[in-house]
Design a protein around this ligand. Sequence first.
Ligand code: 5GP
Ligand code: ZN
Length: 137
Amino acid sequence: MSDCVFCEIVAGRVRAFRVLEDECAVAFLDIRPAAPGHTLVVPRVHARDIWDISDDSHAGVASLTRRVALLLKDVFEPDGVNVRLNSGAAAGQDVFHFHAHVIPRRHDDGLRLTWSSPLAPVAELEQAMRRITERRE
Ligand code: 5GP
Ligand code: ZN
């Protein structure tokens, strides 16, 4: 897609700091890093989000994401790593070319990517499960 910045990066027409790549996916540094080493992993073939991407392309992104996480562990020696996928504007997606964020974490980095919801009543989980089961079977 010509108006997609990540397609332009994959094609090499827009500059990016490329971390790793293979036949299926490309990993490059995020220009607004949440932490040093924050890397994005994108499929070479344009797909909008988790609902649009093919199984093969998604598997390719997952595989390169793991290689990136291993590399960043070696380089930055973080205490942890977040791998994050945002699909849809409501979930915080700004660039509509599927991508995984790989974010090295430190105990004291102050980043807020987690939640601490109260335990749900069993009835609430049962209701959600009923809706899922109806559609799954
Ligand atoms: P989203 O919010 O869609 O999950 O994440 C999009 C990410 O892409 C953001 O963290 C943003 O900083 C990054 N980003 C947006 N435009 C560019 C770009 O042109 N180059 C690079 N390297 N990262 C970008
Ligand atoms: Zn694209």
